[in-house]
Design a protein around this ligand. Structure first.
Ligand code: GLV
Length: 330
């Protein structure tokens, strides 16, 4: 019997890839850079499943190019904003993701960004590499205290909660605002809910974003939001780049309306080398590495592979964002 045909848009850790290649006739795009749109549209043809990355835009056109036999899009990520979920659901195509396993790893990275911004670690490294360290200077590279400060978390989901837990170890006061009204979630970590997002902007020393990118959250952090923040505020974004309006962020950092930003994600992504944000000393950027540990990327590979296999066998994988799609399948 012939094996099911799948397209894997990038080489993932072997332990997951082997699960797929053992069970499927797998077309694996193993280049360093993602397949171009044209290649994606071509290689998806006739496939029953696709394992995609956040860099692959999977919309109705891609699904149509695949054909009616496409049963599952298994995303190697927890975020699925690269996929048109509604289009997938309409066609009876399941969309899988990798929740839970990257929660703590992303919270760790968030904290690394927070500490690095507060203590200006990136600037310190540049200082030494630029041969500027002449002596101990009382007024050089002064940052801000993290301990006893106030952390404002926007989005008290799995990652937000883990960030709050870490903050408690630094005796921070944690306040939060949750779009989905999940007030009870903060109680477990002794965080106080703000009734409005502006209240959070006004009170927080550090603001950390942990919300998915949706129509409602795009450019949530805009000029008006910055206007409400403290001049000493430090913004951390380890969610999705477009949640922050990049032009407004540039203006806020340049004019010192806020003190600092530390970003794991940008808009656009990757951020072009000539982008104006890269000219600012008070903006620290790392290249979307929130889940990038050996342990977590390995677990993600296994979970995404298992989602893919279950989906192509017509079973309901454990981690599916649109189980209702099954109703639309013939
Ligand atoms: C990474 O950004 C993810 O959504 O897993």
């Amino acid at each position: 019997m012939s094996k099911p045909r799948v397209f894997v848009t990038r080489a993932i850790p072997d332990v997951g890839l082997t699960i797929i290649t053992d069970a499927c006739d797998a077309d694996v795009w193993s280049e360093d850079l993602p397949p171009s749109r044209g290649i994606l549209l071509e290689r998806i043809k006739g496939k029953v499943g696709i394992l995609s990355l956040v860099t692959d835009k999977i919309d109705g056109e891609v699904m149509d190019s695949a054909g009616d036999q496409l049963k599952i899009i298994s995303n190697y990520a927890v975020g699925v904003d690269n996929i048109d979920i509604q289009e997938a659901t309409n066609r009876g195509i399941l969309v899988g993701n990798t929740p839970g396993i990257l929660t703590e790893t992303t919270a760790d990275l968030t904290f690394a960004l927070l500490l690095s911004a507060a203590r200006r670690i990136g600037e310190g490294i540049d200082y030494i590499r630029g041969n500027k360290w002449e002596t101990f200077k009382p007024m050089e590279l002064l940052g801000r205290d993290v301990h006893n400060s106030t952390l404002g978390i926007i989005g008290m989901g799995r990652i937000g909660i883990e960030v709050a837990r870490r903050a408690k170890g630094f005796t921070m006061d944690v306040i939060y605002y949750d779009y989905r009204g999940r007030g009870e979630l903060g109680e477990a970590v002794n965080a106080k809910m703000c009734t409005t997002i502006d209240e959070l902007f006004q009170k927080a020393d550090f603001i950390s974003l942990h919300i998915p990118l949706t129509v409602e959250t795009k450019h949530l952090i805009d000029d008006a939001a910055f206007a409400n923040m403290k001049d000493t505020a430090i913004l951390i974004n380890a969610s999705r780049g477009p949640v922050v309006d990049s032009d407004a962020l540039y203006d806020a950092l340049k004019s010192k309306k806020i003190a600092y930003a530390a970003l794991d994600v940008t808009d656009p992504e990757p951020i072009p080398f000539s982008h104006k944000l890269l000219s600012l000393p008070n903006c620290l950027i790392v290249p979307h590495v929130g889940s990038a540990t050996i342990e977590t990327r390995t677990k993600m590979a296994v979970m995404a592979a298992e989602n893919l296999l279950k989906g192509i066998r017509g079973e309901l994988p454990k981690h599916i964002v649109n189980p209702e799609a099954l109703k639309n399948r013939d």
